[in-house]
Design a protein around this ligand. Structure first.
Ligand code: ACO
Ligand code: LMR
Length: 615
């Protein structure tokens, strides 16, 4: 790299700080310039190592996160630029560390508020080491077609309009980053474009001055004309006037010092930048513009004519064949991020998921349209929430109460039932809550707890086909099908299940009709005559009452059949009994019970002395 170059197409840089947006903008610029690989080789982030995902065009790439400058420079010795996004509290130490490294030659210091004493030390250190600092308090700059510093040059649209994806003939330097972006556009509209642009930052003691960069451009044969924007405050512009007078600067220079409006404002005005205050007459914009004119520099009468002077200077250089206008090309398109494109209505795609019961995409999530806070304020209760999330209906209070009653009475039925037994055995085997719960839940099926669905199906079959209960029982027997919802190991006609009594009472006092319950009870009359434990059990009762309720809520037979197909009727048992299974798990944990092993005296060993030989 030549001594007047800071950045080329091969520049590799570190980003100090987690500035992922700035990194993506740099990668997009690299891609637009048709470079083969990203200019950012690593982010230096002390808080964590690893990597960060970015886009390179439309594909994703990983950029490493490294936790220190030392590790970064040793892993990437060819990276000679560091863009330091650290705050003013640590900017000095980190910049000094980078300057003291063997490989980092240029440091861009973004932070504002770096103490002046530290700024002066940094500038002196950089000069002493023949290294470069741009900033502090800068947005950076851009080497057209080669390298962009962080967020410099604005949006990709601005970069495209300013033709920064390819080098032109103009070298530009200013104090302000914002005005730089504006100037890049002015230059693109009035010349063949920027070759390199730098914003030195608005502090009183920048790491490199306007003249430092103009002198670099003077040596660069690709740069044919110079454009500069100064600012009131300080005396840096007089150095430029002197450099023109003593011949250090010979290339045509168009320059304007901003802040001429200060004269119409009362007193000494402090503009945005720390250094932008004229403490004496010579530091005013007018005084500086006059001095620059006297040195033979092209200075417009106002900023309004700035573009005219640039255009005239450029045109003259073209006429003199000093400039051969750069050829343009259409740069690759930079894809818009999907989220942004969606927000702007530029893209659409099929979704992979559909939810019609709950929407959490807004500020407050809602159940079937009812915001969660309203669910609480209006006391929907667990029954009401089931109505919203299972049936997508705002069901009446009695329906909510029915379901909440079922959940309460079905919550548990002691440790002896097969599901609870399995949860307990799993807990005693040291399994965790979820594994023990699942062990119990997996027991639920056609004989235990999972007959609610089947009961609804079987009794609806008999009811819809207007089968007399005796004929229905005979048909099922003939098909060797056990009627789901009939039979119990513990309860009989003489020892009725209190839970069934409670549900029947509730239904009779709250439901308009209980047609399917009545049909099931007529079946019970038949089956219990054969054996007194073939009663309508709790599963059966839930099943038939659920159907009675849904019919009352105007659900169609088709909708009810669809629920049966989905196994929805078993859901109440699963939901309710999970409370009991978890209770048994916690009980065993509290008791610190040991591994369960079934007692041998409770097992009939009927094993042959030898297996029968076959084959
Ligand atoms: N429909 C028709 N006949 C039945 C039914 C039934 N639901 N249940 C038992 N029988 C008959 C059997 O076919 C058998 O007849 P057989 O002597 O002519 O062979 C006789 O009754 C005894 O059968 P067992 O299985 O010994 O009866 P048991 O008392 O053990 O069965 C059980 C209880 C498992 C609940 C059984 O009644 C059944 O499978 N019912 C259907 C499934 C069901 O509703 N389960 C939910 C139970 S409640 C709950 O888990 C919360
Ligand atoms: C239960 O609710 O688990 C019972 O009705 C089943 C059983 O076997 O007791």
């Amino acid at each position: 790299m030549k001594d007047y170059e800071l950045f080329t197409k091969d520049t590799k840089a570190f980003i100090y700080g987690g500035q992922t947006a700035a990194v993506q903008r740099m990668l997009d610029f690299d891609f637009m310039c048709r470079k083969d690989e990203p200019s950012v080789v690593a982010m230096i982030t002390p808080e964590r190592s690893g990597f960060e995902l970015f886009f390179w065009g439309t594909r994703e790439i990983r950029i490493p996160r490294i936790t220190s400058i030392t590790q970064a420079t040793s892993r990437y010795p060819t990276a000679d630029v560091m863009i330091n996004f650290a705050s003013q509290r640590s900017a000095y130490d980190l910049t000094m560390e980078a300057l003291n490294s063997d490989s980092i030659r240029t440091v861009i210091v973004i932070a504002e508020g770096v103490p002046e004493r530290q700024e002066r030390i940094l500038a002196a250190t950089a000069k002493e080491k023949a290294k470069w600092i741009i900033g502090p308090a800068t947005v950076g700059g851009v080497k057209a077609g080669a390298f962009k510093i962080g967020n410099a040059a604005g949006t990709m649209q601005n970069i495209r309009e300013a033709k920064l994806y390819r080098p032109g003939s103009v070298g530009f330097v200013s104090v302000s980053g914002g005005l730089s972006n504006e100037a890049y556009n002015i230059i693109a509209r009035n010349t063949d474009g920027l070759n390199e642009g730098v914003a030195i930052g608005g502090d009183a003691f920048p790491g490199s001055t306007l003249l430092d960069h103009l002198l670099r451009y003077e040596k660069n044969p690709d740069i044919k004309m110079l454009v500069c924007l100064g600012e009131l405050g300080g005396t840096a512009e007089y150095d430029i006037a002197n450099a023109v007078k003593d011949g250090r600067l010979t290339k045509p220079l168009v320059m304007w010092v901003t802040g001429t409006c200060a004269k119409v404002l009362p007193g000494q005005v402090q503009f945005g930048h720390a250094g932008a205050k004229a403490k004496a007459a010579i530091e005013t914009a007018d005084a500086k513009n006059d001095a620059l004119r006297k040195a033979g520099i092209t200075v417009p009468d106002s900023f309004d004519d700035y573009h005219e002077k640039i255009k005239q200077t450029y045109t003259k250089l073209c006429d003199e064949e000093i400039i051969t206008p750069a050829e343009d090309f259409t740069p690759p398109n930079i894809p818009v991020n999907y989220k942004q494109a969606t927000a702007e209505g530029l893209v659409r795609k099929r979704t992979n998921f559909i939810s019609t019961i709950c929407d959490e995409s807004g500020e407050v999530h809602n159940y079937c349209g009812v915001p969660i806070d309203e669910v609480i304020e209006k006391n929907y209760g667990i029954g009401g929430v089931i109505g919203l999330l299972w049936f997508k209906k705002d069901i009446p209070v009695y329906a909510r109460q029915f379901m909440e009653m079922v959940l309460q009475i079905i919550a548990d039925h002691g440790p002896a039932v097969s599901g609870a037994h399995n949860t307990i055995v799993a807990a005693r085997a040291g399994k965790d809550l979820i594994s023990s719960l699942v062990s119990g839940l997996l027991t639920i099926g056609p004989r235990f707890g999972g007959a609610v669905n089947g009961a609804a199906e079987h009794f609806l079959y008999g009811f819809r086909n207007k089968l007399a209960s005796r004929d229905f029982v005979s048909q099922m027997k003939a098909k060797n099908v056990r009627i789901q919802g009939i039979g119990h190991r513990l309860h009989t006609v003489e020892n009725p299940d209190k839970r069934v009594e409670l549900m029947k009472d509730f239904a009779r006092s709250h439901f308009e009709k209980t047609d399917l319950l009545d049909y099931a009870l007529s079946v019970e009359q038949v089956t219990s005559q054969k054996k007194n434990n073939l009663i309508l059990n709790v599963d059966g009762c839930i099943g038939v009452l659920f159907v009675d309720l849904l019919r009352e809520l105007k659900f169609t037979d088709t909708e009810i059949d669809e629920m049966i197909d989905a196994g929805l009727f078993n859901a109440l048992f699963v939901l309710g009994r999970s409370i009991g299974f978890m209770g048994h798990y916690f009980d065993q944990r509290r008791l610190q019970t040991s591994l369960y092993r079934h007692p041998l005296d409770d097992i009939l060993y009927d094993v042959p002395s030898r297996p029968e030989k076959v084959g």
